[in-house]
Design a protein around this ligand. Structure first.
Ligand code: MN
Length: 247
């Protein structure tokens, strides 16, 4: 009987570990609910899974067009997911969570870095958008936090837009929380603020909001007019999702 009890404790501990490390985007969450399945997958490393798009391709019209959304989701994002998972296998990665993966970037290949960022960033990006309205604005605690940190919503948007516009070439603009302090910045390529790169000027923190400023995100509709894309993107920001991540 002792053996059975020990096994139960071990299984429970593993299940707890998976639950603790699993953020909202960790794809093994269903598995983590089951000690039996958790035991079966442990200690295998996780793989990235593309989250289902929370709305139809046309849902963000007229601000973001359906064709861009479809290509972005089914071609670009799908490729990042496949390629990072290939890289995880090639590297014999032992990371069991996204947190573990992004906190060991310095040891990983360019393929893992670029595609891992691409996989995660887009899973995040889809969720912080929703069908738009002209009046779309933050409310409640998000509004209070942005006003407290940046002076006003207008000033916040101005600073965020500046980050998006001055990111030369491809990259992302971010609003992050670093130990409760809100900060705006940008990252090149598919880097993100979860990556453990040291160094001055590198944005680090918990992402609250992200904007993809790669040309593939806007070129079909806006061509070279990134400023118009950014201005219209504010109409589709899902402030409820920002609120969930703010604490
Ligand atoms: Mn993209």
């Amino acid at each position: 009987m002792k053996t059975t009890r020990r096994k139960f404790i071990a299984d429970s501990a593993k299940a707890t570990l998976l639950t603790v490390v699993g953020g909202p985007l960790l794809i093994e969450s269903a598995v983590a609910c089951s000690p039996t399945l958790a035991n079966a997958v442990q200690p295998n490393p996780f793989t990235f899974v593309q989250v289902p798009l929370p709305y139809a391709y046309a849902a963000l019209e007229p601000y973001i067009d359906a064709q861009t959304m479809e290509i972005h989701y089914t071609k670009h994002h799908t490729a990042y997911i496949k390629n990072v998972n290939d890289a995880l296998v090639a590297e014999k990665s032992t990371a069991i969570s996204e947190e573990a993966f992004f906190s060991s970037m310095a040891t990983r290949s360019a393929k893992a870095r670029n595609n891992g960022g691409g996989a995660w960033n887009h899973n995040f990006f889809w969720q912080v958008m929703r069908p738009g309205t002209e009046e779309n604005q933050p409310t409640g605690k998000v509004l209070e936090a942005l006003v407290a940190s940046f002076g006003s919503i207008e000033k916040f948007k101005e600073q965020f837009t500046q980050a998006a516009m001055t990111r030369f070439g491809s990259g992302w603009a971010w609003l992050v929380s670093d130990k409760g302090k809100l900060m705006i910045g940008s990252t090149p390529n598919q880097d993100n603020p979860l990556m453990d790169f040291a160094g001055e000027g590198v944005l680090k923190g918990k992402p609250l909001l992200a904007l993809d400023v790669w040309e593939h995100a806007y070129y079909l509709k806006y061509q070279n007019k990134r400023n118009e894309y950014v201005a219209n993107w504010w109409k589709v920001v899902n402030w409820d999702e920002v609120a969930k991540r703010l604490n």
